[in-house]
Design a protein around this ligand. Structure first.
Ligand code: ADP
Ligand code: MG
Length: 417
C-alpha cells in the first residue's frame, strides 16, 4: 500500500510539514518541531507503513514508558480501529512494556530507556525515538543504534529540541549526510490545526528563548534550565534599597564548596531586588560573620535596616557558629521544588512588563548560577531534580525568598502565592 492510499484509509491528512517528512525515503529521519506540531502522529504513521508491508519488528523507545506511549497508542489505534487488523498476540511485561504482533507477523514494542536490558539482543527493522531530546546520548549509542545494523533498519527521531544537546548534532548530521539522513525542523504554527490565539498566549507569557524552543522548534540553549525565565537583559538591573528599606539575607553554607550570602529586599509592590552577594570558598564561620557585619554596617550608615537571615536548616552547627559571630539567623524553609517555583514566579514579568525579581550586576556568582543551573536527564517517572553543584548563591537566594514569603506584611501583596 502506498503512503497516500494508506493515509486515506486512515483518514489522515498530513499538513505540509508532515507531508515533506513522509515523502523522504532517507533511512535516518530527524524531525524537530515545536509542541503539538504533530510529531508523534507523523512518526507513528510513518512506521505503520513498514508494518503493513512486511514481517517487520519495530520499537518505540522513550525516556520513560509514558513518553513513548503517544506514538504507540496512535499506531495501535490505527491498526485496529481504522484498518481493522486483528492482533495475533498482545503482551505486557511486569515493567509495563507493551507490544503487539499483527497477523502478518509484524511486531511493535513500546519500551523505556530506563530499562536498558529490555533494549538488548534483538535486531529491529525500525526504531522511533520518542521525545528523543530527553534520552541520553549514552542510551542511544550503547543500546539502540546497534540494533539497526544487521537488518539495515531505519530510524525516526521525533522531538522538541532541548538546548544544545546531542539531538542538535543528530539534526546537523541529517542536514549534511544526505541521502541516508534527512532532517526537518518546524514550528508549532506549521500545524494549521493549532489555534493562533494559543500560540500568541504562549508568546506573551513565556521568556523568548523558551518560546523559541518549545514552540518555534529552535535550538536555543534555553532548556534543561531550572530558571529558563532568567534573562540577563531583563533581570540584571542596578537596583539598590532606599533608606528605610528592611533587608533580608539568605545564607547557604560551605567550606570546600563556597559559602554564599545574598542580600535582598522587597519594594512597596512586592518586587524583589537582590542587591549584594558574598561568595567565598574556605574561611571560617567567624570570617563570614565578620564580612557580613561589615556590609551590614555600610547599609546601616545609609539608614537601611537589617531584617532576618534565613539559612540552610540542615546545617545546624554552622548556623550556631554564625550566630555566635554576631549574625543571628533562622532556619529557612528548605523544600527544593516549591522554593524553585517561588523564585520562578518572582522572575516572571508583571502587568507592566517589568519582572518581579531583579539582580544587581555586582552579584556575578548568582547571575552565573542562574544561567548554568540545569536539571538532570529524566531518570524516572518522577520530577527531575537539578544537577547539584553550581547552586550555592541560588540556594541562598531561595532561602532568602522563602524568608521574605513568611513575613506577614509580605502576604498582603497577595500577588504571587
Ligand atoms: N495531520 C493531522 N490531522 C489531524 N490532526 C492532527 C494532525 N497532525 C497533528 N494532529 C493533532 O494535533 C495534536 C498534536 O499532535 P501530536 O502528534 O501529539 O503532536 P506532537 O507530538 O508534535 O506534540 C493531536 O491532537 C493530533 O491528533
Ligand atoms: Mg508527541
Amino acid at each position: 500500500m502506498t503512503g497516500s492510499v494508506l493515509f486515506e484509509r486512515l483518514g489522515y491528512e498530513p499538513h505540509q510539514g508532515q507531508l515533506r517528512f513522509h515523502a523522504s525515503d532517507a533511512r535516518f529521519k530527524v524531525l524537530i518541531a515545536g509542541a503539538r506540531f504533530g510529531k508523534s502522529l507523523a512518526a507513528s504513521h510513518d512506521v505503520l507503513r513498514d508494518m503493513l508491508g512486511r514481517e517487520t519488528r519495530g520499537w518505540f523507545v522513550g525516556p520513560t514508558l509514558a513518553l513513548a506511549r503517544p506514538e504507540y497508542d496512535y499506531l495501535v489505534l490505527d491498526a485496529r480501529r481504522r484498518l481493522g487488523l486483528a492482533a495475533a498476540r498482545e503482551f505486557r511485561s511486569a515493567q509495563g512494556h507493551r507490544g503487539l504482533t499483527l497477523v502478518n507477523g509484524a511486531e511493535v514494542h513500546c519500551l523505556s530507556a530506563l530499562q536498558p536490558q529490555g533494549l538488548l539482543g534483538r535486531e529491529i527493522d525500525w526504531l522511533v525515538l520518542c521525545e528523543a531530546a530527553h534520552l541520553s546520548r549514552d542510551a542511544y549509542e550503547r543500546f539502540l543504534r546497534g540494533r539497526l545494523v544487521s537488518r539495515q533498519g531505519r530510524l525516526v527521531v521525533a522531538t522538541t529540541p532541548r538546548g544544545h544537546n546531542w539531538i542538535e548534532e543528530l539534526y546537523q548530521r541529517g542536514l549534511k549526510a544526505r541521502p541516508a539522513w534527512n532532517s526537518f525542523r518546524y514550528a508549532t504554527w506549521d500545524n494549521p490545526r493549532v489555534l493562533p490565539a494559543e500560540i500568541e498566549e504562549a508568546r506573551r507569557t513565556l521568556p523568548g528563548p523558551v518560546f523559541d524552543e518549545q514552540f518555534g522548534g529552535a535550538f536555543t540553549g534555553a532548556s534543561g534550565r531550572v530558571y529558563p525565565e532568567f534573562e540577563p537583559a531583563r533581570h540584571v538591573l542596578a537596583c539598590d534599597p532606599p533608606a528605610g528599606a528592611v533587608c533580608l539575607r539568605g545564607i547557604d553554607f560551605g567550606f570546600t564548596r563556597p559559602f554564599a550570602c545574598v542580600w535582598l529586599y522587597a519594594d512597596h509592590d512586592g518586587r524583589i531586588c537582590v542587591f549584594d552577594e558574598y561568595y567565598r570558598a574556605g574561611g571560617t564561620a567567624l570570617d563570614h560573620a565578620r564580612e557580613i557585619l561589615r556590609r551590614d554596617e555600610a547599609l546601616a550608615a545609609r539608614d537601611i535596616l537589617r531584617g532576618t537571615s534565613s539559612a540552610d536548616p540542615a546545617a545546624r552547627a554552622e548556623r550556631e557558629a554564625l550566630a555566635q559571630g554576631g549574625v543571628p539567623n533562622q532556619p529557612a524553609e528548605n523544600a527544593l521544588l516549591p522554593g524553585i517555583s517561588r523564585v520562578r514566579q518572582a522572575l516572571l514579568p508583571r502587568a507592566d512588563g517589568r519582572p518581579g525579581l531583579t539582580v544587581h550586576p555586582r552579584c556575578v556568582n548568582l547571575i552565573r548560577e542562574f544561567e548554568g543551573y540545569v536539571y538532570e536527564e529524566i531518570r524516572g517517572a518522577g520530577e527531575p531534580l537539578p544537577v547539584k553543584g553550581n547552586d550555592h548563591a541560588l540556594d541562598a537566594l531561595r532561602y532568602g525568598v522563602m524568608g521574605l514569603c513568611s513575613r506577614a506584611d509580605w502576604r498582603k501583596f497577595g500577588l504571587l502565592w
